[in-house]
Write a protein that binds this ligand. Structure first.
Ligand SMILES: C[S@@+](CC[C@H](N)C(=O)[O-])C[C@H]1O[C@@H](n2cnc3c(N)ncnc32)[C@H](O)[C@@H]1O
Length: 285
């Protein structure tokens, strides 16, 4: 709910602090701008320029919810929560703030908040269907619709940990909103992720050198701390789980729906599929 996190939110137009008015039906900034809270509980803080694109569609968000609820990515969520817990040990904050950028359904953020007493979460996503899920994902999550490329509607130094899981990054903005001891925890897909599905479904693979490019883009704003952690595990997926996995990823947009359905139908009943990601920790440069 937004009342847990309003003290860290900022006006997207001029960066001034926001507060809740009229029983949190609106957020109003110190400079007088007003932002309506949607009846589903999220607030759009996109500033004057609006949002350039929509992010994940309702179908993608629904597929994501189905796939994640089956627990296939449990090792990813455990690793992210562990990393955030460690990072927060250094902050000594009573009610630490975790910001997840591109938070989707809130699967990772909710798990982290459940594990860390007193923590509060800002779930930020450009997608309205995702924000609707986020607003209900956890009592201590506040859901914000915003475009990470346009800047984050958060006060300087207000966030203890930023998490980004398979989502876009804006290193300059992450450095701005991070508290001095804060950490950015990024999970990116690694070369080989879901490889067994590429050929039979004709979907895109994860290119090599993704981690190096991410670190290059962060240069001057963020620096890596410690070694990247490779997370690799097998998953036994049935056809419906594979359909949900494909439906939640951009792959769904690269292959025509009927062709994809035909290829999915031709798969064996179960497949052993590799999940492979790299967890990276960064601090302000
Ligand atoms: C691959 S999904 C990951 C969702 C979630 N982190 C998870 O792993 O379950 C990427 C998410 O980033 C969001 N997104 C894409 N572009 C964005 C942008 N420019 N600003 C904020 N969110 C964005 C999408 O709507 C989507 O929810």
């Amino acid at each position: 709910m937004l009342n847990h996190i309003v003290d860290v939110l900022a006006d997207p137009i001029d960066g001034s602090p926001l507060s809740g008015v009229d029983d949190f039906s609106r957020l109003v900034s110190a400079s007088g701008h007003s932002y309506d809270v949607a009846k589903q509980g999220y607030v759009t803080l996109s500033g004057g320029s609006g949002l350039n694109h929509e992010g994940d569609s309702l179908d993608m968000v629904t597929s994501r919810e189905v796939f994640l609820s089956q627990g296939h990515f449990a090792p990813f969520v455990e690793a992210v929560t562990d990393r955030v817990s460690h990072a927060l040990e250094a902050t000594h904050a009573d009610e630490p703030v975790v910001l997840e950028v591109g938070a989707g359904t809130g699967y990772y953020l909710s798990h982290t908040l459940d594990s860390i007493e007193g923590s509060r979460g800002v779930g930020l996503d450009i997608s309205v269907p995702a924000a609707r899920r986020l607003a209900k994902a956890h009592p201590r999550v506040g859901a914000v619709v915003a475009d990470v490329w346009h800047g984050l509607p958060l006060l300087d130094g207000s966030v203890n940990v930023v998490t980004v899981i398979f989502a876009p990054r804006n290193p300059a903005e992450f450095a701005r909103v991070l508290a001095p001891e804060g950490e950015v925890v990024v999970l990116i897909a690694d070369h080989g992720h879901l490889d067994e599905l590429r050929e039979p479904l004709g979907i895109l693979g994860v290119e090599e050198g993704k981690l190096e490019r991410m670190l290059e883009q962060a240069a001057g704003h963020l620096v890596a701390v410690g070694d990247p952690q490779l997370l690799e595990f097998p998953m036994r997926l049935d056809r419906e789980s594979i359909a949900a996995q494909v439906g939640m990823s951009p792959s769904a947009r690269h292959v025509e729906a009927e062709t994809l359905r035909g290829r999915l139908d031709a798969l064996p009943e179960h497949m052993d599929v590799t999940a492979r990601g790299v967890l990276v920790r960064l601090r302000k440069a």
